[in-house]
Design a binder for this molecule. Structure first.
Ligand code: KG4
Ligand code: ZN
Length: 327
């Protein structure tokens, strides 16, 4: 078995997975959303202190599996360095005390593997990653063969929901808040479609955020209609750029992963696209859309099978990572 630790942002999570069957054996997560909510976003130092409390508590429940562990894996990039550090320290301690190797996992690759929990990989696949820190279209052909088709120039999709929610006086995280408010509103406010006139496959959400700020200042529309109009345009931008990538690369499989892949309107819009362009659409189960260690554990099975271990002295955190660009 492999024990995996995730602490890249505001979720403390540990999972254990069986290497042979790829089945998830244990999974627990303690979320800090409530604690950060009053600040309107994640406070790194607070997050790190809460991880230091939560991770050992979860670890207590995994002791019966210790004799069966063949490796410990941990998210070491990308994310907040002070919170990544908490998971990495625990992984190092376990590696030394149980005499097992360490596997370091890229959190974004973890989100891709949230699709394959208890399952075999599906490849090749085009992947739209929509989380709080990232908005990317990737080509996935295997854990060692991932390239980037396009990324955001500024804010991410999830972040734009968080910022828009904050401007409307809603709680953090803003994604589910905006989605709920939008259900009671109508898409009636004219907003700009980002990067409409560029020929690239890229994203940008800062202009849309500023447009929303002006709409709120204008004080003419109901919050429900602002949420509905914002959500609709934010999703239209994802569809617009994904369509470009689909026309260029003709994927048979297309997946949406990351915290924002929980958005129902987003899912239904991509379902229409999948019918028009004849690809199979995948997303993670709802419970695995946001950050969790189950996806890290699943990704680490592939790395374990390739004997991709790292010496604890060489293991460090990396707040940012880049993928190679696709041809
Ligand atoms: O993947 P994730 O849990 O953490 C990161 O790795 O960033 O993603 C969190 C992000 C937040 O920005 C949150 O507002 C957004 O995902 N999110 C949503 C929804 N649920 C979560 N965005 C839009 N609609 C949702 N239903
Ligand atoms: Zn994430």
């Amino acid at each position: 078995m492999i024990l995996a630790i995730e602490s890249s942002c505001d979720d403390s999570s540990i999972a254990i997975t069986d290497i042979k069957t790829k089945k998830l054996i244990f999974h627990k997560k303690i979320s800090q959303e409530l604690e950060h909510s009053k600040y309107g976003g994640v406070v790194p130092e607070l997050a790190s202190r809460l991880h230091a409390e939560a991770l050992p508590k979860i670890l207590e429940d995994t002791k019966e599996f210790f004799p069966k562990l063949k490796a410990v894996s941990v998210t070491n990039a990308p994310g907040l360095s002070v919170t990544l550090q908490e998971g990495v320290m625990m992984a190092k301690a376990l590696s030394i005390s149980l005499d097992i190797p360490i596997i370091n996992v890229n959190h974004l690759i973890g989100h891709i593997y949230s699709l394959f929990i208890d399952k075999e990989e599906i490849k090749p696949m085009m992947v739209l990653l929509v989380s709080g820190g990232h908005t990317k279209i990737l080509q996935f052909k295997g854990i060692d063969d991932i390239c980037e088709i396009g990324s955001t120039l500024d804010d991410s999709f999830g972040e734009s929901f968080d910022k828009c929610a904050k401007m409307l006086g809603l709680n953090y995280p803003g994604g589910p808040e905006i989605e709920n408010l939008a259900k009671r509103g109508e898409n009636i406010i004219p907003l700009p479609l980002p990067l409409r006139n560029s020929s690239d496959i890229k994203f940008s959400y800062s202009g849309l955020k500023n447009a929303i700020r002006l709409v709120i200042e204008e004080n003419r529309y109901k919050n429900e209609d602002i949420a509905a109009s914002f959500q609709s345009k934010a999703i239209e931008h994802l569809i617009f750029m994904s369509k470009r990538a689909i026309k260029k690369y003709h994927p048979k499989n297309f997946a949406i992963v990351g915290g924002a892949s929980a958005n129902k309107k987003l899912r239904s819009e991509f379902e229409k696209l999948s019918k028009n362009f004849n690809f199979k659409l995948y997303y993670p189960e709802f419970k695995y859309t946001s950050d969790n260690a189950a996806m890290i554990a699943r990704a680490s099975i592939e790395l374990y099978n390739k004997k991709r271990f790292i010496d604890y002295k060489d293991l460090d955190v990396k707040p940012r990572v880049e993928f190679k660009k696709c041809d």
